[in-house]
Design a protein around this ligand. Structure first.
Ligand SMILES: *Cc1c(COP(=O)(O)O)cnc(C)c1O
Length: 379
C-alpha cells in the first residue's frame, strides 16, 4: 500500500500552466511579473494592502523582528506551543525568547497569562520589545484581549500566521492583527510553493523596507552600494507562479481540510478519552491539520499506541508540536505557565489532513484508530 502522508502538497492544472508560463518567459531569477501578481492577489485575499513574497516563512519572521527594531539582548514573548521557526527567528536577531503557555479553548497563547505578565513587567520596568502570536493549526488566537494588553503597554505584535491562511477571527482574516504578519508556503502548508513565505502589513513603508532588506539592501545607485546589512530572502518568479495557482483554490482546500476533520470527529468523538481540537467560538479554523487528544487516564490506549498502529499500516501521523519550553535548545529560557501546552503535546496527535485525502483513506484511518482505542495491544 502506498504511504498516506500527513499533509502532502496538492497541486492542480492551473499551477502547472502558470509555472510553464514563468518558465517560457525566462523570468527564472528572483522577482518578476508572477511575484508582483502573487503579492497583489495575496494581499487582496487576506485583506491587507501590502505584501512581500519571500523565500520562507522563517525569513518573514526574521525580517519582521528586524523591522520592529528587535535586537541583541531584547526580550520577545511568544507562544510556547509552536513550530521551532517562531522561536529561532528571535534567536537570529540576538533576542531572548520568553514562552507563554496556551489556553485550552483555542490551544493558542493564553490572553490572561500574557496580560498578567505584561502588567508585572510594566511594574518592573522590563517590558519585552515585541510579542509574536501564533495561529496554531489553522486557528486564530484570541486577538481582542491580546491586542488590548499589548496596546496598553505599547508593545508591538507580530502575527505568525504560517499555519492559518484562510482562518478568521470575528469575521476578519488571519494576517491583519499585528504590525506585520507572516505566512508560510512550505510543502506541508495549506497553500504551497514548495518553499516560500509572505510578509504582510497595513504599513506600506514597512513592507517596502522588507523588500529592500530581502534583496541584499541595495541602495539606489548604479554601482553596488550598501548602507545596511541585507538578506537574500526574495521569492523566485517560478515559485510565485505556483503560488498564484494554489491561492485560487484556497476555499476548496479549506473545505476539504474541514471535511477531513468532521469525518474524523463523527467517527471517533465519544470514544473514552478522545477529544478534538476545539474550534473557538470567535472564528473559523481551517483545520490545516486534524488534531485530537487521547487522555490515557480515560482511554485504554495512548496517542503513541495510535501513532505506531497507523505507522505499521504505512500511514503518517505526528504528535502535536513539542512546546518550545520543553526543547533542549531553549532549556534556559523562561516560560510563563507551561502545563497546558505540555499536556496537549503529551496527549495530542495530528491525523492525515491533506486536501487530496480520499474517502477510502479516511475510512482506513478511522478503522485503525478505532481498533487501537477499543482493543489496545499493549507492550
Ligand atoms: C511552517 C511554520 C513556520 C515556518 O515557515 P517556513 O516557510 O517553513 O520557514 C513558522 N511558524 C509556524 C507556526 C509554522 O508552522
Amino acid at each position: 500500500m502506498s504511504r498516506i502522508y500527513l499533509s502532502p502538497p496538492h497541486l492542480g492544472e492551473k499551477e502547472r500552466e502558470l509555472l510553464l508560463d514563468a518558465f517560457d518567459s525566462n523570468w527564472i531569477a528572483p522577482l518578476g511579473p508572477h511575484v508582483d501578481a502573487f503579492e497583489r492577489e495575496f494581499g487582496e485575499k487576506v485583506g491587507v494592502a501590502h505584501a512581500a513574497a519571500l523565500s520562507s516563512g522563517t525569513a518573514g519572521l526574521h525580517l519582521a523582528l528586524v523591522l520592529l527594531g528587535v535586537s541583541r539582548g531584547d526580550e520577545v514573548f511568544l507562544s510556547s506551543l509552536t513550530f521551532a521557526a517562531t522561536a529561532n527567528a528571535v534567536v537570529y536577531v540576538g533576542a531572548v525568547p520568553v514562552f507563554i503557555d496556551s489556553d485550552r479553548r483555542s490551544w493558542n497563547m493564553d490572553p490572561e497569562l500574557l496580560a498578567e505578565e505584561l502588567d508585572a513587567r510594566a511594574r518592573a520596568g522590563s517590558l519585552p520589545k515585541a510579542v509574536i502570536v501564533v495561529d496554531l493549526y489553522g486557528q486564530c488566537a484570541d486577538y481582542d484581549p491580546i491586542l488590548d494588553a499589548c496596546a496598553r503597554h505599547g508593545v508591538p505584535v507580530i502575527e505568525d500566521a504560517a499555519e492559518a491562511l484562510g482562518a478568521t477571527y470575528k469575521g476578519a482574516p488571519a494576517g491583519v492583527f499585528g504590525k506585520a504578519a507572516v505566512f508560510s508556503f512550505n510543502g506541508n502548508k495549506i497553500v504551497t510553493t514548495s518553499g516560500g513565505g509572505m510578509l504582510v502589513s497595513r504599513d506600506a513603508s514597512l513592507v517596502e523596507k522588507a523588500r529592500f532588506l530581502a534583496s541584499q539592501a541595495r541602495d539606489p545607485a548604479p554601482h553596488y552600494q550598501h548602507s545596511e546589512t541585507g538578506y537574500n530572502y526574495r521569492m523566485s518568479n517560478l515559485l510565485a507562479a505556483v503560488g498564484r495557482g494554489q491561492l485560487a483554490s484556497l476555499e476548496d482546500r479549506i473545505a476539504r481540510r474541514r471535511g477531513n476533520f468532521e469525518f474524523y470527529r463523527e467517527a471517533l468523538d465519544g470514544l473514552p478519552g478522545v477529544e478534538f481540537m476545539p474550534e473557538a467560538p470567535y472564528g473559523r479554523c481551517t483545520r490545516w491539520l486534524s488534531c485530537m487528544t487521547i487522555d490515557p487516564r480515560d482511554s485504554r490506549a495512548t496517542r503513541e499506541d495510535v501513532r505506531l498502529a497507523l505507522e505499521a499500516e504505512n500511514i503518517e501521523s505526528r504528535p502535536i508540536w513539542k512546546p518550545m519550553h520543553m526543547q533542549p535548545v531553549f532549556k534556559d529560557c523562561r516560560v510563563i505557565g507551561g502545563k497546558v501546552s505540555k499536556e496537549i503535546f503529551q496527549d495530542g496527535l495530528c491525523l492525515p489532513s491533506g486536501s487530496s485525502l480520499k474517502d477510502e483513506h479516511r475510512e482506513r484511518i478511522v478503522a485503525i484508530v478505532r481498533k487501537v482505542l477499543e482493543h489496545p495491544v499493549r507492550g
